[in-house]
Design a protein around this ligand. Structure first.
Ligand SMILES: [Zn+2]
Length: 225
């Protein structure tokens, strides 16, 4: 806990004073660019990955970056999606999976969930396609566990993009052409992001000329470094 309190002390003493105008402006409202649905995993930090300031992203995080149907309101995901699109009018929605995802590992190895009934129930939202894929991959003896995990994680991103389309606010905005829907995969070790290309039916590099050529700007202290 002391590490967190020390961090807050640094924020109050150094970061906040340098950006007080931004915070004063944000106190009056927000206009985030995107709804960013990703895993709760501590190693996935969308604001750091996208180099965003407060107010830029509207995050929705849960185990496995899942999007239950609109009728399932207990998780809060449906409410977050509806609010982001109808009230905040975000221009884009991103579903971002990641490497070494504990939720996806648990889907592959159901026995891990014996003592986790709530997690098991939550992961049902990964949907029937994940069950089918998991069963199919069990017979794929030529694939390593990491390869099967990547396949299930990528399939889950695509399945959750489909689930999103069943939400009335998303369906409406897609028909009007007011939002873009994106499926991404983040690799923790390399920092690479790949995007799902629906035309190719494959995940491709997010940056056309490779992640190593990402523009590197001098970042202000506010940014998570
Ligand atoms: Zn995860």
């Amino acid at each position: 806990m002391q590490r967190l309190i020390d961090g807050y002390a640094r924020f109050r003493a150094k970061v906040y004073p340098q950006h007080s105008k931004l915070f004063e402006r944000l106190a009056k409202g927000q206009q985030p660019q995107a709804l960013f649905i990703c895993c709760s995993d501590s190693r996935v930090m969308p604001e750091m990955m996208m180099q965003c300031d407060p107010g830029d992203l509207f995050p929705c995080r849960n185990a496995g970056n899942l999007v239950p149907p609109a009728t399932e309101t207990n998780s809060g995901v449906a409410a977050t999606v509806e609010y982001a699109i109808r009230v905040l009018k975000v221009a884009d929605v991103v579903v971002c999976g990641h490497s070494d995802c504990g939720a996806m590992k648990a889907i592959l190895e159901k026995e891990q969930l014996e003592s986790l009934p709530i997690v098991r129930s939550w992961l049902e939202h990964a949907g029937p396609s994940s069950k089918w894929l998991t069963r199919t991959l069990k017979g794929a003896t030529s694939m390593t566990f990491e390869e099967r995990l990547q396949a299930v994680t990528e399939a889950n991103v695509i399945a959750q993009m489909q689930n999103l389309k069943t939400h009335p606010a998303v369906d409406e905005a897609l028909k009007k052409g007011t939002i873009g829907l994106h499926g991404w995969m983040y690799d923790i070790a390399s920092g690479n992001i790949r995007r799902f290309d629906p035309q190719l039916g494959a995940f491709c590099a997010l940056l056309a000329d490779g992640p190593s050529s990402a523009p590197v700007e001098a970042k202000q202290e506010l940014k998570i470094a």
